[in-house]
Design a protein around this ligand. Structure first.
Ligand code: ZN
Length: 68
């Protein structure tokens, strides 16, 4: 709980989650373990079910498009 409080005071400490697709950016806060991603405007948003699905779809769409 103290760790979560530090996020509120100092902000999250993001570390990037390695993804197969470089266009998909997912981050995890090393303090509170919450996950985040970036929306279409490059803004940091909390990674919820909606964005998880979105990224997943994007990843697969891209896979079909580039056959290399
Ligand atoms: Zn945090």
């Amino acid at each position: 709980m103290k760790k979560k409080l530090s996020c509120k005071i100092f902000g999250h400490h993001f570390s990037r989650i390695p993804k197969k697709d470089l266009l998909i950016e997912e981050y995890e806060c090393s303090h509170c373990k919450q996950k985040f991603t970036t929306d279409g405007y490059g803004r940091m948003v909390k990674l919820n079910k909606y964005w998880e699905d979105n990224n997943y779809m994007f990843e697969n769409k891209l896979k079909n498009r580039t056959v290399a």
